[in-house]
Design a protein around this ligand. Structure first.
Ligand code: COA
Length: 154
């Protein structure tokens, strides 16, 4: 399976909102609130302007967008990025999440050598835990309640 990586564009605004807002996914989000379209639009339009320093990539398979990778630089500790991955609900469980993560790690290593990636994951989010551990992330600590923090040094 060949995945194509590209920069996020305005056409990704709505898929991102719909995929993120499914009730099963919200349970695993640190901020699990339903996001309304106008707040999402405002966030997305600001977010897209800082994507050079804070990578935000879409992944395509056969010209269909199937997932996203996002990295936010830690303002207090600028050698660290908080990362997250989202796969289209229709394409889950096929190995794509892991493929995206593996590609994103390699690209981040190239762009930001010696930086670290942090992922905050709900303890019941088994696909996500499996994926990040398989990619070499190590458990660091419990952040709050049911969320665990993992880290990978590039
Ligand atoms: C987490 C997420 C990105 C995983 O993507 P995916 O394409 O479904 O994952 P994969 O198919 O690559 O599977 C990753 C691993 O989890 C396992 N897995 C997948 N679905 C599973 C399920 N329902 N139950 C148990 N294990 C599962 C796979 O077997 C695989 O393990 P392996 O490498 O040992 O075979 C996707 O579920 C998603 O977008 N979730 C919503 C957002 C989210 O929670 N993001 C993570 C926090 S940043």
């Amino acid at each position: 399976m060949t995945l194509k990586r590209r920069e996020v564009s305005m056409s990704d605004e709505l898929p991102l909102l719909f995929w993120r807002d499914s009730p099963s996914d919200r349970k695993y989000q640190l901020s699990g609130n339903l996001i309304d379209e106008s707040s999402h639009r405002e966030w997305f339009r600001k977010r897209i302007t800082i994507k050079d320093a804070n990578p935000f990539w879409a992944y395509e398979q056969n010209d269909m967008t199937i997932g996203f990778f996002r990295a936010e630089i830690n303002k207090v500790s600028p050698k660290e990025f908080q990362v997250s991955i989202l796969v289209s609900p229709n394409y889950r469980g096929k190995g794509l999440g892991y493929e995206i993560l593996a590609d994103a790690i390699e690209s981040m290593r190239h762009l930001f050598p010696k930086h670290a990636l942090l992922a905050t994951i709900h303890r019941e989010n088994i696909p996500s835990l499996t994926m990040f551990l398989r990619a070499g992330f190590l458990l660091q600590s419990t952040v709050i309640n049911d969320f665990l923090q993992f880290r990978l040094t590039l």
